[in-house]
Design a protein around this ligand. Structure first.
Ligand code: PGA
Length: 248
């Protein structure tokens, strides 16, 4: 069985004072669900020493192992700082930095080479959903962004409809279920049933304490990638608790 994963994406939020939130999150982390926090890169090393029982991840890495890339961070540097995971291909990076599926695939290989688990994001825009292209878009992103060699140990997929991120708008549970079932089928088709079934698929986009339990009851939802509601323990702990309860 796949274990559940509650992942927090702090994005460009938080200075060292924010690490005080990790204590309460760590206390909630002893249950069935694994807990991952991806703080800004400046906080990864300190978070990794403070967060007992909470895994720490980066939010991006460069495709190359080292070199003349001012401002970028290599996967191995994240690993060295104590990270176990890295978010890749988030829609904000695809948009702000023009990242293509090919770029994301190269970053994913770099993450695996460094021994990091890739949390690979996919998701459609509102225009794409309204044009009924959602599954085509997701299928293309999965095919283009995931390298050969995926396993349940090195890959987590996050479905994040762009129109639901930070907007308070959430797809219906049927809409979430349709996409998660589709992602599961694509993973099984490409990597074989055993591997395809072992990769965890997270939902992301306006997850909060009030809607978490309903989302976690959807088939093939193995947890959440949470932005705004992962910044404060008062919001994130109830989400972790809801995920623990869904595993019972
Ligand atoms: P949100 O962000 O929970 O603030 O909508 C989710 C994400 O972008 O990972």
């Amino acid at each position: 069985m796949r274990s559940k994963l509650a992942a927090g994406n702090w994005k460009m939020n938080g200075t060292r004072a924010a690490l005080d939130e990790l204590g309460a999150m760590a206390e909630a982390a002893g249950g069935a669900a694994e807990v991952l926090i991806c703080p800004p890169a400046t906080l990864v090393a300190e978070a990794a020493t403070k967060a007992d029982g909470v895994m720490i991840g980066g939010q991006d890495c460069h495709a190359e192992a080292k070199g003349a890339h001012t401002g970028d961070i290599a996967a191995d540097m994240l690993k060295d700082a104590g990270a176990s995971h890295v978010i890749l291909g988030h829609s904000e990076r695809r948009e702000d930095h023009g990242e293509s599926d090919e770029d994301v695939r190269a970053k994913c290989r770099a993450a695996w080479d460094a021994g990091l688990v890739a949390v690979l994001c996919c998701g459609e825009s509102l225009a794409q959903r309204e044009a009924q292209n959602t599954l085509d878009i997701i299928g293309g992103q999965l095919a283009g962004s995931i390298p050969d060699g995926a396993t349940g140990h090195n890959l987590v997929v996050a479905y994040e409809p762009i129109w639901a991120i930070g907007t308070g708008k959430v797809p219906t549970t049927d809409q979430i279920g349709d996409v998660h079932d589709f992602i599961r089928a694509r993973l099984e088709r490409r990597f074989g049933e055993g591997v395809g079934r072992s990769v965890r698929i997270l939902y992301g986009g306006s997850v909060k304490p009030s809607n978490a339990a309903e989302i976690f009851a959807v088939s093939n939802v193995d947890g959440a990638l949470v932005g705004g509601a992962s910044l404060k323990a008062t919001d994130f702990v109830p989400i972790i608790d809801a995920l623990n309860a869904s595993a019972e």
